[in-house]
Design a protein around this ligand. Structure first.
Ligand code: SAM
Length: 632
């Protein structure tokens, strides 16, 4: 079956899984889909009796879960995702819907009802395509369900209780998990096994095929809702059809790759009717996706080409092509080459590469920016990543070019990359005004994108004063004041940085301006505050330095004061998110940590009540409180 071409269609999109289920995450990760996880806050409280069938309930719940995430992401930071996937798995027996048990007795009731009988497992899935138009959220919803029949053996009371005491039933629909101990209860499964685990992968791929490779109209045979289209639907397309078929053209709703993630805050959710028609295309040999293409390891190919894609982005950014196209696009390659001062043939190749990567659109009028390029790749915008891209090209690229020797030696290869040995990480950045400005601008661009989510990850309104240690340009500090107008915020950073902050201050007056204080957080006294912040600081330093810093913070923190850490929090296997894992290859002396490692570290320095918030943004947040020494 041709899976990779359909999943490949999602590769350039910002895909979000609106589910906290590790099983769904694993199923989708295993097939190479790249996505963020933003668990839905939608409570599974729909009135079951108002649905004619159990699967309608599961589909509606999946839809509501996905819509909640799409709306929240759009509203919160206007980081509108391209695709949100929601799913809800239920077990149905004797016309009754069983969800997750609330306690052991409930688990017992559920398992007793399933004992010795056949039941149905339904997973409802919603695939929501989103876009932001005039700051309004537009959605196109496709939904479906999958049913699998499962039969339990005749099981003794003891066995049921033993299973319940294992703890496994508690977060699982119907009170069992077929992929682990619960598999022992099952006599047979008819249908898609993964559907019982929590995600009907096969049907999902077929649905994507319908969306992204719609069959030619004359071949469409409408089928009733319950019929699942054959996957042949996308194996039998002519090249032209494949080229021109994307979600946009299929639904008539999307013009281009336009994540429009960063704009203003209003939203209006409009749902289309669900796509419920199946298609079947006769077999033929005009395959747009050939048999051999089906076997290609798309993920590996993508990684092999990744460096070319990065460099194309870096060079187009450095030449400020996205700025030019924002102001004057659409433009022909020759006009861009003339304005930028580059060769026409080289420019044309670069522009075509950017179009292939989804950064530009190419029409008969010439090249123009996608919405995403306008928002993130121009140098001036509020959400601009331009400075970080330049930092990546000038600083990280040479370091990664020497990754092999960095891995062999286990250290950063500054001498190979820049012709001189690394001193203190930041002294390297601050030795020249240009490099310092570039580094601060890079930090500023990421901080501006993440600040709102970090500032609102927890309710910080109880604090009167905050000190952002290593707060750099003050981007987070300004956001904190926006969110908590009564908070007095101090940014504490090295003198070289503080002397350079004026360039980065927002225009317009704030009622409470940020205070900038210069000093060295390893040596100098720290300003007083009841909330200390370390954003992207801990991962850079070795344990000895962290010991000095956290001991100092702990010593000045009064009981009840807090420390907010903003970092990427790794999962417990420390392989996710890949961005953080790859960042580790920069080979600073520090390291990225998992949630339990942050907890252990912070508790070691007298902090308690460690709470972790995975924000779905580029930085997560960890809040902890200084222990009251009179408490045990
Ligand atoms: N907190 C900012 C953010 O999240 O965007 C900046 C993070 S940057 C990776 C680390 C910051 O720590 C830099 O601004 C750097 O100047 C500051 N820093 C490094 N060593 C320091 C020290 N000894 N004392 C105070 N600040 C320091």
């Amino acid at each position: 079956m041709v899976l990779s071409p359909v999943l490949g269609k999602l590769a350039s999109k910002r895909v979000v899984l609106a589910s906290a289920s590790p099983r769904r995450r694993e199923i989708l990760t295993n097939v190479g889909l790249r996505f963020e996880v933003v668990p839905s806050w939608f409570k599974e409280t729909l009135e079951k009796s108002s649905f004619a069938t159990p699967y309608e309930y599961a589909v509606e719940t999946a839809k509501q879960k996905a819509l909640e995430v799409a709306n929240r992401m759009h509203m919160k930071h206007l980081r509108t995702p391209d695709v949100v996937i929601g799913a809800d798995t239920i077990v149905s027996v004797d016309e009754q819907i069983l969800e997750k048990p609330v306690d052991k007795q409930d688990a017992y009731r559920m398992l007793s009802r399933l004992n010795g009988k056949e039941h149905s497992v339904f997973t409802g899935v919603a695939i929501i395509h989103c876009r932001s138009q005039d700051n309004q959220l537009q959605t196109e919803i496709t939904d479906f369900y999958e049913e699998t029949k499962v039969k339990f053996s005749d099981l003794s009371e003891e066995l049921l209780w033993e299973y319940i005491h294992s703890g496994e039933p508690m977060d699982k629909a119907g009170g069992y998990g077929i992929q682990a101990l619960g598999g022992m209860l099952v006599e047979y499964v008819h249908g898609d096994f993964l559907n019982v685990v929590g995600f009907p992968l096969n049907h999902f791929c077929k649905k994507l095929a319908e969306l992204y490779y719609p069959p030619p109209k004359h071949n469409v045979q409408h089928k009733k809702y319950d019929s699942v289209p054959s996957v042949d639907t996308f194996e039998n397309q002519s090249e032209g059809e494949i080229e021109s078929s994307n979600f946009a053209e299929h639904t008539g709703a999307r013009k281009s790759d336009s994540s429009g993630m960063c704009s203003s805050a209003t939203h209006n959710s409009k749902s289309s009717s669900s796509v419920r028609t199946g298609f079947k295309v006769p077999l033929g040999n005009q395959n747009g996706v050939s048999e051999s293409a089906a076997k290609l390891p798309s993920k590996i190919l993508e990684l092999m080409d990744g460096f070319r894609a990065s460099k194309a982005l870096f060079v187009a950014s450095k030449l400020k092509m996205f700025d030019l196209l924002k102001d004057k696009g659409p433009l022909k390659a020759v006009d861009i080459a003339n304005q930028v001062g580059t060769s026409v043939c080289g420019t044309e190749r670069l522009l075509d590469a950017c179009a292939a990567l989804g950064l530009l659109e190419k029409t008969s009028q010439g090249y123009s920016n996608t919405d995403s390029a306008n928002t993130y790749l121009t140098s001036e915008g509020e959400c601009s990543l331009h400075s970080f891209i330049i930092h990546s090209d000038d600083h990280l690229w040479p370091l990664f070019t020497n990754l092999e020797s960095a891995v062999k030696e286990g250290s950063r290869q500054n001498h190979l990359a820049f012709g001189k040995k690394a001193e203190d990480l930041f002294k390297d950045y601050y030795h020249s005004q240009d490099v310092k400005q570039r580094f601060m601008a890079a930090m500023h661009s990421i901080a501006r994108l993440t600040a709102r989510d970090v500032a609102t990850a927890f309710d910080l309104s109880q604090f009167k004063s905050a000190c952002d240690l290593g707060g750099c340009t003050g981007a987070l500090a300004h956001e904190l004041i926006q969110m908590y107008p009564n908070l007095k915020v101090t940014v504490f950073d090295l003198p070289e940085v503080i002397a350079n902050t004026s360039y980065f201050q927002p225009s317009g007056q704030h009622a409470t301006p940020v205070t900038f204080v210069s000093g060295d957080f390893f040596k100098d006294n720290l300003p007083e505050a009841d909330l200390y912040i370390l954003s992207r600081v801990l991962h850079d330093w070795p344990d000895e330095k962290i010991h000095v810093l956290l001991s100092k913070i702990s010593a000045v923190c009064k009981p009840g004061s807090a420390l907010l850490v903003a970092e990427i929090v790794l999962d417990e296997k420390k392989t996710h998110p890949p961005r953080a894992v790859l960042q580790s290859l920069s080979m600073t002396e520090g390291k990225q940590r998992s949630g339990s490692e942050y907890k252990e570290l912070l508790e070691k320095y007298g902090f308690t009540n460690v709470q972790i918030k995975i924000t779905g943004n580029l930085l997560d947040a960890v809040l902890c409180f200084k222990k009251n020494l009179s408490l045990p």
